[in-house]
Design a protein around this ligand. Structure first.
Ligand code: DGJ
Length: 684
């Protein structure tokens, strides 16, 4: 791994990849190359492209230089490149044109933290960082482009800082975290699309001239489009072909786009969505953009997946649970919904413990007067009608059964019928002179306010301190509307959605640091915030509210593209399935849920003796394969009517193959599943 600066060219490389940037005579940054490792001699060829020569000839005459056909590393707004820019600032006089040019650079061992934001990390031996500072040709505005290269990964991580050294406020109207200009791309775009209970379905479409975009304007990364954007060569598939991916380490509004021009040049960008965004950058202030993880894989989607999984498992997820076996849990949500009391919970727990379950999770409904979803969010005190002996006693009783105890929260929300709302109607996001939309009968708390942050920290802490709680499910069940904060100034209103995410990260940082032994699982009405930003704080995420085994094949397949096996919460639920009504065998449900972070979410008390026996065996089996499934290498062997997922542990001593045939077919042909990743000198 090294970063070299020679002949006005930066070359970041390791054994696997090279990333090359050229500083032109006119001090613009040109993107030369990102791909398989190349050597210095090869670079001349890449640099002498037709467009670059033309630019060199023209750049002597600055006014006529033509940037629109050039692969730029950072595209200023207002030049003769009309493609989507990397930046758009608004100066005091209303002008928006900038011309960012090379100013200086720094090569750093290790990887500096991103102030207030989640990001990948590594030691000085594992990662190096290049920071290129650009300066606008006319104003004292600086842009720092950061590139980190890890020793063993086909990955570059990037983000962008903007520094205002002028004497006036500047508005940031658009800033991408990474822009990547690619010459002559004829490929496909792959994205993960969906909606509630149908998250992250794999979708592949040919690239065409124009802008292809994935985005969220909902305030969260959303159920609809995941912040993962992929360009795959036409011939690329699971194990072959070139793949280039951007994944955004951010949980709010984002925009990932691929703009293809007539020459088939593609500009791939990822950043905070400029929809309803404007950030006032005051003199001497710095704006830090979130991080983008760029993966180049030349052995297909599998190669890309392995890279993301390893990177996230080793350099994104943190804390003591990072590589620890994740407990098999029983969650009472689909078993009881809001209709439970202590006796019911203890009966369930007793049964769970007898079957070998390790963690009991008490979901929604234990607080305030929460007997349905219309009330009590914000009132984080125990409902003594349901749980008369309190959480402390309940957790003790569950611990006595040999299980850990965990609990559900939705701390960012407030019900209009809550005690909290009576006291603090001004705490919601929305206008006080308008009718604000509710989502699932609730408002979103304005967590950008310090008093609201303190309230959340205190109320969650009070509960966590009150009992032996070893797991927290952190839910979030609606999206943003009426985007307005009564405590922000008028000119700050378009900062609200980003400030919200920064505040969420700050709250999560404080709580996960204070309760470092507690295992946090995030959730957003299922998988509405399944992104690397959340993964940094919560090592596991509830994948989807859809627990149907067959629908889960598609949801878990798409999710597995970038997100590690241990991160994916997967539960066996009852049949007919509560979301789609399908009846699947317990065996099928077990195999699908055992392909991730395993648990149950059904009324164990209603099961037959045979079913309980089967569950006991599933749990016994999972305990023997848990390490391989959660931390092994995943191979997606087949993704058709027959779905096969294979997991190989680190020393290749154990292999797990999960196979589901979705539809029974009259097909007498003999099928062979060819295994992968095996040790050459071993019998399995
Ligand atoms: C949505 C979650 O995804 C469910 O698992 C459950 O926790 C409910 N919220 C509770 O309201």
């Amino acid at each position: 791994m090294a970063i070299i600066w020679d002949k006005r060219t930066f070359h970041l490389f390791n054994e696997k990849i090279s990333y090359v940037i050229k500083v032109t005579d006119a001090n613009h940054l040109m993107h030369v190359y990102f791909g398989e490792r190349v050597y210095e001699d090869d670079l001349d060829y890449a640099l002498n492209s037709r467009n670059y020569d033309k630019y060199r000839r023209e750049s002597a005459d600055n006014e006529n230089m033509n940037l629109q056909y050039l692969p730029q590393e950072f595209a200023s707004f207002g030049s003769n490149d009309p493609r989507l820019p990397s930046i758009r600032l608004e100066f005091k006089d209303g002008s928006r044109t900038t011309d960012f040019k090379y100013h200086r650079h720094q090569i750093i061992k290790g990887k500096p933290k991103l102030e207030g934001l989640p990001a990948t990390y590594g030691t000085e031996d594992e990662v190096e960082t290049l920071v290129i500072t650009l300066k606008d040709a006319y104003e004292d505005v600086f842009v720092e482009l950061s590139y980190s290269i890890f020793k063993d990964y086909n990955v570059i991580t990037r983000h962008t800082n903007i520094i205002n050294n002028t004497k006036h406020k500047i508005n940031i109207e658009r800033i991408t975290s990474a822009t990547l200009d690619l010459s002559h791309v004829e490929g496909d775009m792959i994205q993960l699309s969906g909606t509630w209970a149908k998250e992250r379905f794999y979708e592949r479409t040919p690239l065409r001239q124009g802008i292809q975009e994935i985005a969220s304007r909902k305030g969260s990364s959303s159920h609809d489009l995941n912040p993962l954007l992929i360009i795959a060569s036409k011939d690329a598939h699971e194990t072959y072909g070139e793949v280039l991916a951007m994944n955004f380490v951010y949980s709010g509004n984002f925009e990932g786009s691929i703009e293809v021009d007539a020459q088939k040049m593609a500009r791939m960008s990822m950043g905070i969505n400029d929809f309803d965004f404007k950030w006032a950058l005051h003199p001497n202030d710095t704006f830090v953009s979130p991080e983008v993880v760029l993966v180049y894989a030349n052995d297909g989607l599998e190669d890309m997946t392995h890279t993301f999984h390893n990177l996230y498992s080793n350099h994104l997820i943190k804390g003591k649970h990072k590589h620890a076996p994740r407990p098999i849990l029983l969650n009472n949500w689909e078993a009881t919904y809001f209709d439970f009391n202590e006796t019911k919970i203890l009966n369930l727990a007793q049964e769970a413990s007898a079957l070998g379950i390790e963690l009991f999770v008490l979901d929604d409904g234990w607080f305030g007067k929460r007997n349905n979803d219309q009330t009590s969010l914000g009132d984080w005190f125990v409902n003594k009608d349901k749980l008369p002996s309190g959480l402390d006693n309940l957790s003790k009783k569950i611990n006595d059964l040999g299980m850990k105890f965990g609990i559900w929260f939705e701390p960012e929300m407030i019900s209009p019928t809550s005690e909290l709302y009576k006291k603090h109607p001004e705490w919601i996001i929305g206008h006080h002179h308008r009718r604000n939309y509710q989502g699932r009968s609730q408002y979103i708390l304005d967590i950008t306010r310090k008093d609201v942050q303190t309230y959340i920290l205190d109320s969650v802490s009070n509960i966590l301190d009150s009992a032996n709680i070893e797991y927290v499910k952190w839910d979030y069940n609606r999206f943003f509307t009426d985007i307005y904060s009564s405590h922000l100034k008028p000119e700050q209103q378009k900062e609200l959605t980003h400030r919200y995410i920064l505040s969420l990260y700050s709250i999560l940082d404080k709580l996960t640091t204070k309760y470092k032994d507690v295992l946090f699982e995030s959730c957003a009405g299922g998988g509405g915030r399944f992104d690397p930003g959340m993964l940094y704080y919560t090592p596991q995420i509830w994948t989807s509210d859809n627990t149907d085994a067959i629908e889960r094949l598609k949801i878990q397949h798409g999710t597995s593209l970038a997100y590690p096996n241990a991160a994916m919460g997967c539960h066996v639920s009852s049949v007919p399935n509560h979301q789609v009504g399908r009846i699947t065998p317990l065996k099928t449900r077990g195999i699908v849920a055992m392909s991730g972070n395993f648990g149950y979410e059904l009324n164990l008390l209603e099961l037959s003796k045979e079913e309980k026996e089967e569950i006991k065996n599933q749990i016994k089996t999972y305990k023997t394969i848990r390490n391989t499934v959660q931390y092994g290498t995943l191979f997606r062997l087949s993704n058709a009517n027959d779905v096969s997922w294979m997991y190989v542990n680190k020393d290749k001593s154990q292999v797990v193959v999960n196979h589901i045939r979705q539809k029974g077919l009259v097909d007498p042909s003999i099928k062979t599943i060819k295994l992968k990743g095996l040790a050459k000198d071993a019998y399995y």
